[in-house]
Design a protein around this ligand. Structure first.
Ligand code: HEM
Length: 512
């Protein structure tokens, strides 16, 4: 008490005044520390961003975070301090340095961190939110076989059934102009639902989303913005009990509904005992029979999260392809010519489509230009720090490679702002006369890199090739004459993922 009196003064007025002075001094000393004495003090970046997390928070709460950071890279170079304890890289070498360490026991590994990936509530483990490397490895060990190239080939009849339904349903629509984004989402929800829960959501049959799907973007946005709060443990702790009041009721209701329906689907999958069904859920449930295998609660939680992870990302890439093809008619013709060499749509199997160079090239170019997770994939540096793109990064720093900065860098790509699928053709790599010969193709890591990379990459490729090829086989695509005939990509809101605008397309039946 005597110490407090000495510090704050004797009478109440002086004490209040001194408390106010201390409260003002705290952030000021903190800013001075961050600017001049913090281990990251020597990294470049705007002064306000280096001093305090508030500008970063403002950018996250705004709608165009990755583009703001991209501008900072243009101004400050390949590494920018975008918050007191956070660095963004636009150097391709950083992919390997940050993400490729496959041995989590290695003290030098950069890992997922509590703030971006930690489990909010105690409970079953999810492949996304498990920051413990060993636990992540256990889950991946049981999941990997269900997502392998081989498994995807066995899943082909299920994938194919929904793609066929999409093509036929589109044909029966009264109007030739459709919002292609909805149709990609219908198809992907049905495919992933069927693979992960043993039954489809029937979006294609009903031509509509389930109510919880309508809330999905809102709930992803909320989660993304609330990550801001986790940087301030006291505020986070104070706000936690209010979570139930702060989260919109509709989102909670739809999430509970989704969970309930998912549990019922999973119980039906368990009861059906159809262990021969070649889908993801059967494989995951079977792992329960093995020591340390996935519990039913873990299968449920992960399957629910797969739906988000798989549908949004894949639909974004496909939307990006169509958006560019409609204004690059030469590119569209080349793709049509490649796909239409087949004599029937039945011939277009996953195996037959896999080697098509131009089909792969347009998808790779969309992964470059239309990143589905443009904010990057956050990691935390090991306690004793590590080297990233030639820079020593002190311990416990949040780091990422910013996909939109690397993918659009003239340092790595010829005419980076332009649509050139040709840069991905095999001859571009071997012909020194090609303008794309010097392109640094490994600068794009659309499916992530290293031990936390995308488990669904083979499925993503399979679904994208099949949907795109079958669509171009069945229809001639034309730009619509509506206000939504083109998406200006960077004008779309970004809350971790891209909140896609609608894209109207005319699908004219093709006379084969
Ligand atoms: C074009 C389609 C897709 C793209 C661009 C994509 C992109 C990515 C990226 C960049 C990551 C890594 C994030 C990080 O490092 O923090 C990731 C992780 C993941 N993706 Fe995908 N994804 C796609 C499709 C799919 C599909 C079809 C599935 C199937 C369920 C899926 C499931 C997952 C899962 C489970 C993870 C977390 C893996 C882990 O942490 O071990 N994704 N995805």
């Amino acid at each position: 008490m005597a110490y407090l009196n000495w510090l704050l003064g004797e009478d109440t007025r002086t004490q209040v005044g001194n408390v106010i002075i201390i409260l003002c001094l705290y952030p000021i000393t903190n800013w001075i520390y961050n600017l001049y004495f913090h281990p990251l003090a020597n990294f470049p970046g705007p002064i306000l961003w280096r001093a305090s997390r508030l500008p970063h928070m403002r950018a996250v709460w705004g709608k165009h975070f990755p583009y703001e950071i991209k501008k900072l890279h243009a101004q400050y170079g390949g590494v920018v301090r975008i918050a007191p304890n956070e660095l963004s890289f636009s150097e391709a070498a950083a992919w390997d340095d940050i993400y490729s360490n496959t041995d989590g026991a290695n003290p030098k590994a950069f890992k997922k961190g509590e703030i971006w990936h930690g489990n909010l509530e105690p409970g079953p483990s999810s492949v996304f939110t498990t920051i413990d490397f060993k636990e992540h490895g256990r889950i991946r060990k049981f999941m990997d076989p269900a997502f392998s190239e081989r498994a995807v080939l066995q899943q082909e009849p299920i994938i194919r059934k929904h793609v066929d339904t999409c093509i036929n349903k589109l044909r029966s629509r009264p109007s030739r102009t459709v919002n292609i984004v909805d149709w990609f989402n219908f198809t992907l929800f049905d495919i992933i639902g069927d693979l992960c829960f043993g039954e489809s959501f029937n979006c294609l049959d009903k031509c509509e989303f389930e109510p919880w799907m309508d809330q999905m973007a809102a709930s992803i946005k909320l989660n993304y913005q609330s990550i801001n709060i986790r940087h301030f443990p006291i505020v986070n702790w104070l706000l936690k009990p209010l979570g139930g009041f702060l989260i919109p009721k509709e989102i909670i209701k739809q999430h509970m509904d989704y969970r309930q329906r998912s549990t019922e689907k999973l119980e039906r999958a368990l009861r059906s005992n159809d262990t021969d069904r070649q889908d993801i859920v059967s494989q995951l449930l079977k792992s329960n029979e093995r020591s340390e295998g996935l519990t039913h609660e873990e299968v449920l939680l992960n399957s629910m999260q797969f739906i988000n992870a798989a549908s949004e990302t894949t639909a974004t890439t496909l939307t990006g392809v169509i958006n560019h093809l409609l204004v690059n008619l030469d590119s569209l013709s080349k793709l049509e010519a490649e796909v239409r060499q087949f004599t029937s749509s039945a011939e277009m199997t996953l195996q037959a489509l896999k080697p098509l160079p131009y089909l792969n090239a347009v998808l790779n170019e969309a992964l470059r230009m239309c990143s589905s997770i443009p904010i990057g994939y956050m990691r935390v540096s090991p306690p004793e720090g590590g080297i990233v793109a030639g820079n020593y990064v002190p311990g416990n720093t949040i780091v990422t490679v910013l996909p939109v900065a690397v993918s659009f860098s003239p340092k790595y790509f010829y005419e980076p702002e332009s649509w050139h699928p040709e840069r991905w053709l095999p001859e571009a790599e071997t012909d020194p006369k090609s303008p794309f010969y010097h392109d640094h193709r490994k600068a794009v890591r659309g499916f992530g890199w290293g031990p936390y990379n995308c488990i669904g990459e083979p499925l993503g490729w399979a679904a994208m090739r099949l949907i795109l090829a079958q669509m171009l086989w069945a229809y001639n695509l034309k730009k619509a004459e509506t206000p939504h005939s083109k998406i200006i990509w960077h004008e779309q809101d970004c809350f971790g993922i891209i909140i896609k605008h609608r894209l109207d397309v005319i699908l004219a039946d093709r006379i084969a």
